[in-house]
Write a new protein. Sequence first.
Length: 262
Amino acid sequence: MNTDSTWEHFGRKDPYFGVLTSPTFRSDQLSDDARSSFFESGKRYVDRALDLVREKIDPTFRPTRALDFGCGVGRLSIPLAGVCESLVGVDVSESMLVHARDNARLAGLTNTTFLKGDDTLSAVSGTFDFLNSFIVFQHIPPARGELIVRRMLDLLREGGVGALHFTYSYGSTTTRARHLLVRAYRDLPLAWGVRNLLKDRPFGEPMMQMNEYSLNRLFRLLHEAGCHTVYPRFTETGSFGQSVLGVLLFFQKRRMDVTEHG
């Protein structure tokens, strides 16, 4: 399944639901109050994430140039831009980017740039002192996602900070039957189409992939990039009736002596 085309579909048809999968944010139900709630949730997340950075990583940290990967319609980019000198948002969906630019303009922001993303972030230039991505990598196959993480770490300045979210396992309450059903939906488009019809959705509405990342591989990427201060914050969400375990990795690019001395 091509995940890039999936996100362009949601960018065109259901951009806010594509970011937060609550029926409240479906295009045919999106009220002014729901839209306000959507962006308020982004501000709460950004405020809490930066509080945790200052509490657990660097008490003096103040972001100046931030990269928001998987920016969607700007839910997190807009509040980040409010506390940075400049913000670059990246997304694979051109339609999402159109909404992000419009939302930044409506917010009165003049310090935002929104760019089309690919696996090498080829449109992105310069370096950053803050990397952000939340509930995004879970929808990207890990082999691709690790390439993007490696590139993002290359763009992080020495002393810069990241807050990147990944899913790594299904929870213990998820039954084997449920797990197999979700795999069938992923591997058999006809089964997913029938599910859509039963839920009164268009037959061709694509499935949002949920992918599990190896924490060992992620920690190795951080280690090799010189991000030797790391603080994990666990998350737990639901997807298709399953419990999904994740982790928000806060880290700073600062090399330390990590060798053991006997």
